[in-house]
Design a protein around this ligand. Sequence first.
Ligand code: HEM
Length: 322
Amino acid sequence: MAFSKGLVFAMVIAIFAIVKPSEGALNAHYYDRSCPAAEKIILETVRNATLYDPKVPARLLRMFFHDCFIRGCDASILLDSTRSNQAEKDGPPNISVRSFYVIEDAKRKLEKACPRTVSCADVIAIAARDVVTLSGGPYWSVLKGRKDGTVSRANETRNLPPPTFNVSQLIQSFAARGLSVKDMVTLSGGHTIGFSHCSSFESRLQNFSKFQDIDPSMNYAFAQTLKKKCPRSSNRGKNAGTVLDSTASVFDNVYYKLILSGKGVFGSDQALLGDSRTKWIVETYAQDQKAFFREFAASMVKLGNVGVKETGQVRIYTRFAN
Ligand code: HEM
């Protein structure tokens, strides 16, 4: 069969149009030419920071989640408050998000290596992947090309799901960002690393309801252990709390195993076992760490797509708009 030159040309153009990522869309090779060392610089920074402070991985993972849930993944969580505006960073659920200095440090190095090129939002997304991998979890290819936001409002942190949410509320909160029930259960597995302050779970330990002192979905012995860690306010330091799972510096599927035995720390964790829409997913991951890792990687890519800005600025400083 003979094709005319014109037809072949049209076919080549058509194929190119399908394959070529649309301009500005996120892609895995975004900095291949403009900043080939970007991922290496970020990984080294995150790894060194983790060696000095083992709390860094959990903090950076949570930072990514909170950033993406408010105004999309646009690094609005890094902006500082000003005299006339209280920023996300200073909103109640973010007071315990720390280690901003690690992202600042990476960004400073990136500005030296390739000025005005790598967005703060991409630095957070890459760092979140790196801390998971460094903690023993999966690796995935981070899509890049996000632009940075210029607006950050503390009162919008009200839209982060609190640990008292039930399954319907959790599903709704994730669906509003285009994330499925499965994404929600999978991403909750982020609680396989890190720590919580007493204030986030102590309502489960006393005066839980009119009829029950302790949340009945919580393992009784576990509740007693947590009670000891969280004596009434006057008797405890501001850092009182508990690790989120028994292997809190290792990214594994123990979080799901603990939920099966009533040892989820937050009401929102334990609730996943009490609802048929989510129970099977908890059971699957508790049995199959490979499946959890595979799905976690996929859901993190989806989380990283939430409300992404493809036009706008690459901030030079993490804390201020240009
Ligand atoms: C499903 C809804 C979620 C709720 C209600 C929730 C709630 C919380 C709460 C209350 C804390 C403890 C804060 C404190 O007392 O210091 C926490 C910690 C944490 N969350 Fe979540 N979270 C959710 C989803 C996620 C997701 C999707 C991720 C990441 C993929 C994540 C990662 C973390 C990490 C790593 C920590 C430990 C932070 C640290 O050690 O500093 N969470 N979360």
